[in-house]
Ligand binder design. Structure first.
Ligand code: PBG
Length: 337
């Protein structure tokens, strides 16, 4: 009876056995569909004033804010490990923040000094400069405000000035993360008019209003200032079609690459962009995603290293050309072993 049952089931398989290729390490390697390499990793760095200064970000164990000299050393290390690009974020001193964020276009601001120091010391690493006003405004919003209202077009004018300022200091890639309407086309035009036709535009196209940005806002010092939320400019997590319209619009406005942010909870968005548009897609594994994995690891709930690797593979499997991740250095070290 048992034998007969077994035989019947085997007949049903018709010779097909999906586990056949999973038997050995070498056979699994032969049929891998996804690869993860140091060149897939982009490392975000938080910059502070000072020399030889490093400040831990408490909500992100293992992540420090670095003074420019230490950021230069970190850039050298990243480059040696095969990381192709860094994304820089300044923690602007309080007395340099203002209602209108004028510090964003000061050619001697912390961000510009960091860009030029790293560009000079490590010319072959790509430098990504975020464009948005939140590290510079006293209210922590990404745009100019009139009362509670974000002023879209006035903000775009300032973002053009911020972009030019950062490109002149050494940024290779301008990454607008502000979500104002029309900013990609306007920044492209502004850069072209000043002779920067070759600067790559990486648009944070599908950027959602997310609880996962909390630790980042600690790191750049905007969180405690922020009143309300960013829902009048960032996307609601409910919407997929609206994200596709944002991506389409940015491509029409000449974005070279697009980004999805946060990452892991939004891999459906990555996949859909890949199937609808022919454009390189990046994703940002944001601060709260990093914190989730690290704190769960510290609590002994998961294996931190295995979860890190698995999460990064998931981005590649979804179709990402690369991942902005606070794990970049650790992962690149592992891959170099
Ligand atoms: C600012 C910006 C944010 C992040 C990158 N650029 C935060 C926000 O929009 O409030 C978040 C990155 C992270 O959480 O790691 N425009």
């Amino acid at each position: 009876m048992t034998n007969e049952m077994t035989r019947t089931n085997m007949d049903f398989l018709n010779g097909r056995r999906l586990r056949r290729s999973r038997q050995f390490g070498w056979s699994r390697n032969m049929v891998r569909e996804t690869t993860l390499q140091p060149s897939d990793l982009i490392w975000p760095l938080f910059i502070i004033e000072g020399t030889n200064t490093r400040e831990a970000v408490k909500s992100m164990p293992g992540v420090d804010r670095l003074s420019i000299d230490l950021a230069v050393a970190a850039a050298k290390e990243a480059h040696a490990l095969g990381i192709p690009a860094l994304a820089l974020f300044p923690n602007t001193p309080a007395d340099r923040r203002s209602n209108k964020g004028e510090e964003s276009f000061n050619p001697d601001n912390l961000m510009c000094r960091a860009l030029s120091a790293i560009k000079q010391a490590v010319p072959d690493i790509g430098l990504i400069a975020d464009v948005a006003l939140d590290p510079y405004t006293s209210h922590g919003h990404d745009g100019l405000m009139d009362g509670d209202r974000i002023l879209n077009d006035e903000t775009v004018e300032v973002l053009i000035k911020q972009s030019l300022n950062q490109v002149r200091a050494g940024a290779d890639i301008i990454a607008p993360s502000d979500m104002m309407d029309g900013r990609i086309g306007a920044i492209r035009e502004g850069l072209d008019a000043e002779g920067f036709q070759d600067t790559i535009l990486l648009s944070y196209s599908a950027k959602f209003a997310s609880a996962f940005y909390g630790p980042f806002r600690d790191a750049v010092g905007s969180g405690s200032r922020l009143k309300g939320d960013k829902k009048t400019y960032q996307l609601e997590p409910y919407n997929r079609e609206e994200a596709m319209r944002e991506v389409e619009q940015d491509i029409l406005e000449a974005a070279d690459w697009v980004m999805v942010k946060p990452g892991m909870p939004y891999l459906d968005i990555v996949r859909e962009i890949k199937s609808r548009f022919e454009v390189p897609v990046f994703a940002y594994q944001v601060s709260g995603e990093y914190a989730q994995i690290v704190f769960a690891g510290q609590a002994g709930a998961i294996d931190q290293r295995a979860a890190m690797i698995e999460s990064l593979i998931a981005f590649k499997r979804a179709g990402c050309s690369g991942i902005l991740t606070y794990f970049a250095l650790e992962m690149a070290k592992l891959l170099n072993e």
